[in-house]
Design a protein around this ligand. Structure first.
Ligand SMILES: *Cc1c(COP(=O)(O)O)cnc(C)c1O
Length: 381
C-alpha cells in the first residue's frame, strides 16, 4: 500500500495552545508595524479595550499586556502584586491541583515570595471551604492564586465560589484563566476578582507571543515598586502604556495585529457565549465518539471543562504515545501527551479553529491507527 502524499496543510492543533488559527488571523501578520505608529497605538488600545470588555472590567480594571508566553504574565502578576518576603509579611495562598498551580509555587520559590499551598489531587477541584479555613487561620495571606481550568487534566475549578470566599475575607484573587478566558465566563466585577491573567494563543485564538492581565487599577497602583524584575513589572508596564500608548520594550507587533483580527472574529462569532457553545459542542462530540470506541475519560463529566480532554491510554503493552502521535500527524492531527503523575493518559484539545466534525474524524482516526498498531482494546484497566 502506498502512503498518501503528504499535503502542505499543517495538522490541526488539538492541544492547549498554540492552536489552529483562522486564515484572517494569520493574514493579519503579513505587514510590518512601527511600534510608535499612530495606527499601531490605536490597534493596541483597541485590543486592551476588547479584553477589558470580555472580563467586564470597566471602570475599575485595566488591561496590561506583556511580551512572552503565558508563564511570563503569571510570573509578572504574582511578583508585581505580592511583595518580596524581605520587605513584607504578605503571603500568597496558592491553590494547586495540577501542574499550573505547582508552577506558581515554583515562581514564588525562585522570586522569594512567601506562599502557602492548598493541594488537591489532580482529579479533585479545590474546595472553597479549605480556602476559607486557610484565610481565617493566617491573616498574612493577603492574596490567593487559583487556576481556572487546570490544563493538566482539563478540570474546572469552582471560580465563583472561591472568588466569593476570597472577597468575603477581604483578600485579593489572582486568577490564572489562561486556558479558559474568552470561552468560560469571567466577570471581575460580579465575582470581585482583583486580577485575571491569560495569553494570546488560547481560547481567543491568536498566535503565541504575549499575555495580559485584567487587573484592578488601585491594586496595581499600590503595587508600585514591588517587582524585583524590570521586564516583568506590570505596574511599570501599565504606567508607561497609559502615558504614551506604547509598550515599554519591543512589542510583538505582528502578533498583536493578528490578535486584533482574532478578537474581531470572536466578536463576530457572538463573543464568549458563542465560543463556549462551539467548544462545548466539540467536547461533547469528541467524548461521545471516543467513548463509543471504548475509551474512558480521566475526569467525570461534571468536572470536565470544554477545553482539553484527558483520556486513559489503552492498557496494552503495544501502547506507544510517540508512535500514535506520528501516525496522527501524518493524517492531519496533532494531539497532546498526558501530564499526570499517577496515570498513563493522553489529551485532546477542543479549542481553536476546529469543529465538531473534526472531533468525529480525529476519534475515528485514532481508532484506525491504534488498530493498525495492534491495539484492539482501548479501555483502561
Ligand atoms: C498554557 C497555560 C499557562 C502558560 O503556559 P505557557 O506555556 O507559558 O504559555 C499557564 N497556566 C495555564 C492554566 C495554562 O493552560
Amino acid at each position: 500500500m502506498t502512503k498518501p502524499v503528504a499535503s502542505n496543510k499543517p495538522p490541526l492543533l488539538l492541544t492547549p495552545g498554540p492552536l489552529t488559527t483562522a486564515d484572517a488571523t494569520r493574514e493579519a501578520m503579513l505587514r510590518d508595524w512601527g511600534s510608535r505608529d499612530t495606527d499601531f497605538i490605536a490597534l493596541n488600545a483597541r485590543v486592551r479595550a476588547g479584553l477589558l470588555d470580555i472580563a467586564n472590567g470597566a471602570p475599575t480594571h485595566t488591561t496590561v499586556p506583556l511580551q512572552g508566553s503565558g508563564t511570563f504574565i503569571v510570573e509578572a502578576a504574582l511578583c508585581t502584586l505580592v511583595p518580596h518576603r524581605d520587605v513584607s509579611d504578605r503571603k500568597l495562598l496558592i491553590c494547586a491541583n495540577g501542574a499550573y498551580g505547582h508552577r506558581m509555587a515554583r515562581i514564588c520559590e525562585i522570586a522569594g515570595r512567601s506562599h502557602a499551598i492548598i493541594e488537591a489531587p489532580e482529579d479533585t477541584p479545590i474546595d472553597p471551604a479549605a480556602v476559607r479555613a486557610a484565610l481565617e487561620a493566617e491573616p498574612a495571606l493577603t492574596h490567593v492564586a487559583l487556576v481556572h481550568c487546570e490544563t493538566t487534566t482539563g478540570l474546572l475549578n469552582p471560580v465563583a465560589e472561591i472568588a466569593a470566599v476570597v472577597a468575603g475575607a477581604g483578600r485579593e484573587l489572582i486568577l490564572d484563566s489562561m486556558s479558559a478566558f474568552g470561552a468560560l465566563p469571567v466577570d471581575v466585577q460580579a465575582d470581585g476578582i482583583g486580577c485575571v491573567v491569560a495569553s494570546s494563543n488560547k481560547c481567543l485564538e491568536g498566535p503565541p507571543g504575549f499575555g495580559y492581565a485584567v487587573v484592578r487599577e488601585d491594586l496595581l497602583a499600590a503595587a508600585k515598586g514591588n517587582a524585583h524584575s524590570l521586564s516583568l513589572d506590570l505596574e511599570h508596564q501599565w504606567r508607561a502604556m497609559e502615558g504614551n500608548g506604547q509598550w515599554r520594550f519591543t512589542p510583538p507587533t505582528h502578533v498583536i495585529a493578528a490578535f486584533d483580527a482574532a478578537l474581531a472574529a470572536f466578536q463576530h462569532e457572538g463573543g464568549q457565549p458563542a465560543r463556549l457553545a462551539r467548544y462545548a459542542d466539540n467536547a461533547e462530540t469528541l467524548i461521545g465518539a471516543m467513548r463509543g470506541a471504548g475509551f474512558e475519560t480521566y475526569l467525570p463529566d461534571d468536572l470536565q471543562a470544554p477545553i482539553i480532554v484527558t483520556f486513559h491510554a489503552p492498557a496494552d503493552p503495544a501502547w506507544d504515545f510517540a508512535a500514535l502521535y506520528d501516525r496522527l500527524v501524518a493524517r492531519g492531527f496533532a494531539i497532546y501527551p498526558g501530564k499526570l503523575t499517577q496515570a498513563e493518559t493522553f489529551r485532546i484539545g477542543v479549542i481553536g479553529q476546529v469543529t465538531a466534525a473534526d472531533m468525529t474524524t480525529v476519534a475515528a482516526t485514532i481508532s484506525e491507527e491504534l488498530a493498525a498498531m495492534g491495539i484492539k482494546r482501548f479501555g483502561w484497566d
